[in-house]
Write a protein that binds this ligand. Structure first.
Ligand code: NAP
Length: 496
């Protein structure tokens, strides 16, 4: 179950949001009395309430907004119990001062805005002595491992426990709470009005993650990177799982570089069977693989991991295959070509992860690859590894390519007026492939179309690599059209 927090200054807004949420399917709502401007009229808020409520009145030191005296606050909490609210939130230090009364269930809560304490189990044990019906512990995740500690605490607890790690590193603990046995998790009314760092809105929890369908059998997938908030993969993969009727969820895991090893060790205990990998981990994960094919050795980067029995970790690179498939299809429809890259001159802009995978693939297909990198040394290193040519960034127009591939982020939202390659150097005989997918119609793509080039967009590659991952994750064919539609919808029509 999702408990949706309502934090508004006016009574009528609280009441209206409560009704709206219940119409949207919410089963439990938290009324944050500390956000109400002026005197709280409990009877008005609670009369004809359309769902059970948790009443909370948080003081400033616990991240709340209540500015009255502590005596006034405790009085409000006692009054809410007297009114027969379904749940009352009592911080650990005031729990003894407010005895159990009537049918109101007691949530004994503790917040730590700085860290997830080492003695989490001891804290939990102490809270169990305060006559709780539910224990709520909200701490701050400073490392990915805090999520696992919190979720295992929930799982082991005899008293129903809502354990939340705050902050974007902690977001997975909010989504996986139910899988580990928490009676509910918290969400906000709107994604722009979060009450705690890392919190998701009710709509995100339901529409993207389908929270209420997550149970102990739900298989966990996700994407690891840092940063990760911008990733569109959760929208695309969760929609695909839903369409295919698979009991799985796909989460964004923000994993800082220094926490990667610990995270990969924790992955099976988190229920993770497979992961997408993005910047900055694509190369570092290779050290953790228990098996690697020749392609992986050649590229030196993985974008997909599958966790098997007895610590097996298998890596793949679906970027490579997706880019080649996208290009081959474009060549197939390109006038006068036979769908082959053999002896085509391919100019690759950029020398990062995407460039590595694509340049390696182009080389395998017999293309003459030239790499133009902003940092010459990085471009040269890649060229040496692939036994191809590197040129300086400023010399990129000295090559007359058959295929031009942008593997830099130039042109990506919000810098949509930038292009890595001047329009006047584009010729109709060229195939132009921009790996940037947000927006799909980058300036480079628009320029290439205006010059009658054959165009491959980053959306094409993104959908293909996601479909290949879906197949690895589930052994089923991916619902590719749905995934394309979700991606385009998420990027937004304004940019098309
Ligand atoms: P990366 O490893 O960080 O590499 C980025 C490359 O771009 C580096 O060589 C970097 O140069 C260069 N670069 C960055 N800013 C530049 C600028 N202003 N001018 C010239 N060069 C610049 O990133 P990546 O993983 O390869 O991703 C690169 C792009 O590919 C991104 O836009 C990403 O969205 C896209 N991509 C798309 C898909 C898809 O499915 N469509 C999949 C993967 C990646 P330095 O070496 O000097 O830093």
């Amino acid at each position: 179950m999702i408990c949706v927090s309502i934090a508004r200054g006016r009574h009528r807004h609280v009441i209206a949001e409560h009704r709206h949420l219940v119409q949207q399917g919410a089963k439990l709502v938290e009324l944050r009395l500390d956000y109400i401007d002026g005197e709280v009229n409990l009877k008005r808020l609670l009369a004809d309430r359309p769902s059970p409520v948790v009443v909370t009145c948080r003081r400033e030191r616990d991240g709340g907004k209540f500015t009255g005296t502590e005596e006034q606050r405790l009085m409000l909490l006692r009054s809410a119990i007297a009114e027969g609210v379904e749940y009352i939130d009592l911080e650990d230090d005031v729990a003894s001062a407010i005895p159990r009364y009537g049918k109101t269930k007691r949530i004994i809560s503790l917040h730590d805005y700085r860290k997830t304490p080492d003695d989490l189990e001891d804290i939990h044990a102490r809270l169990t002595t305060l006559d709780p019906d539910v224990i709520k512990i909200a701490t701050t995740a400073n490392q990915s491992h805090d999520n696992l500690r919190m979720l295992q605490l929930i799982q082991r607890s005899k008293v129903p426990t809502v354990g939340i790690c705050m902050g974007d590193i902690g977001t997975p603990s909010r989504i996986l709470a139910g899988r580990f046995g928490a009676p509910f998790t918290f969400a906000t009314f709107h994604h722009e009005r979060t009450l705690a760092p890392g919190q998701l809105s009710y709509q995100q929890m339901t529409d993207i993650y389908h929270y209420d369908r997550i149970d102990p059998q739900t298989v966990v997938f996700g994407v690891i990177g840092d940063p990760i908030g911008h990733s569109l993969s959760p929208m695309v993969h969760n929609a695909a799982f839903r369409r295919a009727g698979i009991n799985a969820v796909y989460l964004p895991f923000r994993v800082p570089r220094e926490h990667l090893n610990q995270f990969l060790e924790d992955a099976p205990a988190l229920g993770i069977k497979g992961l997408s990998v993005t910047i900055p981990h694509k190369e570092a994960v290779l050290k953790k693989l228990t098996s690697m094919d020749n392609t992986m050795v050649g590229i030196g980067a993985a974008n997909t991991l599958m966790f098997g029995e007895r610590g097996k970790v298998v890596g793949s690179n679906t970027d490579y295959q997706a880019a080649l498939d996208s290009l081959e299809q474009a060549l197939m429809v390109h006038a006068g070509r036979k769908g082959t890259l053999e002896n085509q001159t391919a100019l690759v802009l950029g020398a990062g992860g995407a460039a590595k995978a694509i340049a390696f693939g182009m080389k395998q297909m017999g293309a003459q690859v030239v790499i133009a990198g902003r940092t010459n040394q990085r471009a040269q290193q890649l060229a040496d590894a692939l036994k191809c040519k590197a040129i300086e960034w400023l010399n990129r127009y000295s090559v007359q390519p058959d295929v031009l591939i942008n593997c830099t982020p130039v042109g990506m939202h919000p810098n949509v007026d930038a292009t890595p390659y001047d329009k006047h150097h584009l010729r109709p005989s060229m195939v132009v492939f921009d790996t940037v997918y947000n927006p799909e119609n980058t300036l480079l793509v628009k320029d290439a179309r205006s010059q009658s080039c054959t165009v491959v967009t980053g959306v094409e590659m993104f959908v293909r690599q996601a479909c290949l991952q879906f197949k690895l994750f589930t052994s089923q064919e991916a619902p590719s059209e749905l995934m394309r539609e979700v991606l385009k919808r998420t990027i937004g029509p304004a940019k098309y």
